[in-house]
Design a binder for this molecule. Structure first.
Ligand SMILES: Cc1cc2nc3c(=O)[nH]c(=O)nc-3n(C[C@H](O)[C@H](O)[C@H](O)COP(=O)(O)OP(=O)(O)OC[C@H]3O[C@@H](n4cnc5c(N)ncnc54)[C@H](O)[C@@H]3O)c2cc1C
Length: 536
C-alpha cells in the first residue's frame, strides 16, 4: 500500500466476561452497543481518529462516482484510491474507521502476540545459556496498554479527518443503507451514486450453543478490551484466530483449553504443517480438546462450565472466560440489499462474480463481505480491482490474484497457491520438494528448527504451483515464493538467487537446489563423468 492508501470494526457486542471496564460507545449505530475500552488516553486518541464524536457529516455532493459502505481495509483502499484518481467519493462508516484490522483484528492481535513471543523467548532462555533468576512477571495490563498505545499510534492513517482533509473523501459516519436504485441513505442524508461498493465486512459468528449467550463470552470484538488476565480461558475454534490467541494467552500466563471440532487444529493447512504447531501447543501446555462438540454452557459459582463430548466421551471444563473464534458472519443485515436486487447469503455474504460485481451491475463488493479470502491484504487488492472495474470499465478478475496468507502462531504457517490436495482434485500432477528447517544453519543457530519449506511444481517442470512454509517468520519468507509465482519465475531461478548466509530464507534456495539435483539424471551424470575423465 502506498501512503495514500495505507489503511489499517465491526460492531462489538456488549461487553461480557471478566476484566472489562465501562467505556466509550458511539452515537451512531444500528442498535449494537459498540465499545472502545477501557477509555484511556490511547483509546481517546483512537476514537478521535476513527470515530470523532464531534464529527459533522458533510453536505452530500449532487452525485458521486462512488459511494462506499464500510471503512475497513476494503472501503478505505477503494475510497482513497478512487479519490486519488480524481473521482468524487463518499465513504460511509457506522462504527470505527479502519474496521476489524486496525481495531479488533490484525493490529491488536499481532501486538499481543509480540508480547507473548517475548515470554516464549524468556521461557527458552536457558537453552541459549541465559539463566533468568526468580519469577518472570507478566504484567497483563501493561501488555494490553502497549497494544492500545501502538493501535492508537497507527490509527491516524485511517482517520476520518485524514480521509476528508488530505484525501478529499466525503466521510459520513452512520449506518448506510440502500434507499433507491442509485441512492444510499445515511444519517438522514441521501447520497446519489453512479456506482456503489459494499465493503461492510464480517463479524465473529456466534455459535448456537445453549447457555453460551447467558454465560457470556468474548470474541475478537471484546477480547482486546480485557484489562485483567483470565486465569482459565476456553477458546472455541482451532482455526487461525483461535490458535493465534490461544497460544498468545497461554504464554501470557492463562490456563488455556482449545476446543476444536476436527481431529486436528488448523485443519485447512496441510496436516504436516499443522502437526508442528499442534505439538508446540501441547509442549507449551495448551490443553487440546479435539473432535469436540460443545453441547451447552452454564454459569456456576466455580465459573463457566462447558459440557462437551470429545471422541464419544462426555466431559466438562470449568473456566473464567470463553473466547469464541468459530468462523465469521458477513455484515449483510440492514443494508436493504433486497430492494436493489443484490443477492446474498447470510453465511457466505454478498454474491459477486469474478470481477467483484454483484447481481446489480451498478453495485460492487470487496473484502470479507463477499470473499473466501478473509485477509487484510486480500481486501486491499480486491479494492484495487473494484476501482478499475467501477471507474474505468475494467475487467480485472479476483481469480487472477496470487494470494498468500499466514497464521501467526509460533512457528508461523504461511501458504501460497495450491495445496497438494487441490492439485489432486484438479488432476494436476506435481512434484514436491521439501527442506526441513533443521537442515538450515540459521534455523539451527536460532534454535528454530521446527518447520520446513515445501514447494510444489508442475510435474517434470520447475513451474511453481504452491508452497507452504512453517517457520518462525514464515510470513516474511513466503513473499519470495509469491514473487516467483507472480513473475513466473521457476524453482530453477530460485536456486540461482544468492541469499546472504546465514539466513532462514536460504531454505528456499535449498529447495531450488533439491529441484536441480533431480535434473542430474543417471544419463546426464554418466555423460559428465565421461567428459571429466576425458579432460583430466
Ligand atoms: C482477530 C483477528 C485477527 C486477524 N488477523 C489478520 C492478519 O494477521 N492478517 C490478515 O491479513 N487478516 C487478518 N484478519 C482479517 C482482517 O481483519 C479482515 O480480513 C479485514 O479487516 C477485512 O476488511 P474489510 O474491509 O472487508 O471488512 P472490515 O474490516 O470488517 O470493515 C467493514 C466495515 O464496514 C462497517 N459497516 C458494516 N455495515 C455497515 C453499514 N451498514 N453502514 C456503514 N458501515 C458499515 C463496519 O463497521 C466496518 O468498519 C484478522 C481478523 C481477526 C478478527
Amino acid at each position: 500500500m502506498n501512503q495514500a492508501q495505507q489503511t489499517h470494526a465491526k460492531t462489538p457486542v456488549a461487553p461480557v466476561g471478566n476484566g472489562l471496564a465501562k467505556g466509550w460507545s458511539p452515537m451512531h449505530g444500528n442498535g449494537h452497543r459498540a465499545q472502545v475500552l477501557p477509555h484511556d488516553p490511547y483509546d481517546s486518541t483512537l476514537v478521535a481518529n476513527v470515530h470523532p464524536t464531534d464529527w459533522t457529516n458533510p453536505e452530500p455532493a449532487p452525485r458521486y462516482n462512488l459511494v462506499v459502505i464500510g471503512a475497513g481495509t476494503a472501503g478505505l483502499v477503494t475510497a482513497a484510491g478512487a479519490a486519488g484518481l480524481g473521482a468524487k467519493v463518499a465513504l460511509v462508516e457506522r462504527h470505527l474507521m479502519g474496521g476489524d484490522c486496525l481495531n479488533v483484528g490484525c493490529v491488536p492481535s499481532k501486538c499481543v502476540i509480540r508480547s507473548s513471543r517475548v515470554v516464549g523467548e524468556i521461557r527458552d532462555a536457558e537453552c541459549f545459556g541465559i539463566r533468568v533468576r526468580g519469577d518472570v512477571e507478566i504484567d497483563f495490563p501493561a501488555v494490553m496498554e502497549r497494544m492500545r498505545r501502538l493501535r492508537a499510534g497507527i490509527s491516524h492513517h485511517d482517520s476520518a479527518r485524514r480521509f476528508h482533509e488530505e484525501l478529499g473523501v466525503d466521510v459520513f459516519l452512520g449506518d448506510g443503507r440502500f434507499s433507491g436504485s442509485d441512492t444510499i441513505e445515511v444519517g438522514g442524508k441521501t447520497l446519489r451514486f453512479k456506482r456503489a461498493v459494499i465493503a461492510s465486512g464480517a463479524r465473529a459468528a456466534h455459535p448456537n450453543i445453549p447457555g453460551l449467550a447467558e454465560a457470556g463470552f468474548l470474541t475478537n470484538e471484546t477480547v482486546f478490551t480485557l484489562t485483567e488476565r483470565p486465569r482459565r480461558l476456553a477458546v472455541i475454534g482451532g482455526g487461525p484466530i483461535g490458535c493465534e490467541l490461544a497460544q498468545a494467552f497461554r504464554r501470557l500466563g492463562c490456563e488455556v483449553a482449545l476446543l476444536h471440532n476436527a481431529n486436528h487444529i488448523l485443519n485447512r493447512e496441510d496436516a504436516d504443517a499443522a502437526e508442528i504447531v499442534q505439538q508446540t501447543f501441547m509442549r507449551e501446555g495448551v490443553q487440546l480438546i479435539l473432535n469436540a462438540d460443545v453441547r451447552r454452557v452454564e454459569r456456576t459459582a466455580e465459573g463457566k462450565v462447558l459440557h462437551f463430548e470429545s471422541a464419544g466421551k462426555a466431559d466438562t471444563l470449568t473456566v473464567d472466560d470463553i473466547l469464541v473464534g468459530a468462523g465469521r458472519a458477513p455484515n449483510v443485515e440492514g443494508l436493504n440489499l433486497e430492494a436493489v436486487g443484490v443477492q446474498y447469503d447470510k453465511k457466505r455474504g454478498v454474491a459477486v462474480n469474478d470481477q467483484l460485481q454483484t447481481t446489480n451491475t451498478r453495485i460492487y463488493a470487496a473484502g470479507d463481505i463477499c470473499m473466501d479470502y478473509k485477509f487484510t491484504h486480500a481486501a486491499d487488492f480486491a479494492a484495487r480491482i473494484v476501482i478499475q472495474n467501477t471507474l474505468f470499465r475494467g475487467k480485472k478478475k479476483l481469480s487472477a490474484l496470487t494470494m498468500p496468507w499466514c497464521t501467526y502462531t509460533d512457528p508461523e504457517i504461511a501458504h501460497v497457491g495450491l495445496y497438494e490436495r487441490d492439485a489432486q482434485a484438479k488432476g494436476i500432477a506435481i512434484d514436491t520438494f521439501t527442506i526441513p528447517m533443521s537442515q538450515v544453519d540459521r534455523a539451527i543457530i536460532d534454535g528454530e528448527e521446527d518447520g520446513f519449506v515445501k514447494i510444489h511444481v508442475k510435474k517434470g517442470t520447475d513451474q511453481i504451483l504452491g508452497a507452504t512454509i512453517v517457520a518462525r517468520h514464515a510470513g516474511e519468507m513466503i513473499s519470495e515464493i509469491t514473487l516467483a509465482m507472480v513473475g513466473k519465475l521457476g524453482l530453477k531461478t530460485l536456486a540461482s538467487v544468492i541469499h546472504p548466509y546465514p539466513t532462514q530464507a536460504e531454505a528456499i534456495r535449498k529447495v531450488g537446489d533439491a529441484y536441480n539435483r533431480t535434473r542430474l539424471t543417471p544419463f546426464v551424470k554418466s555423460a559428465f563423468q565421461h567428459w571429466l575423465s576425458w579432460t583430466r
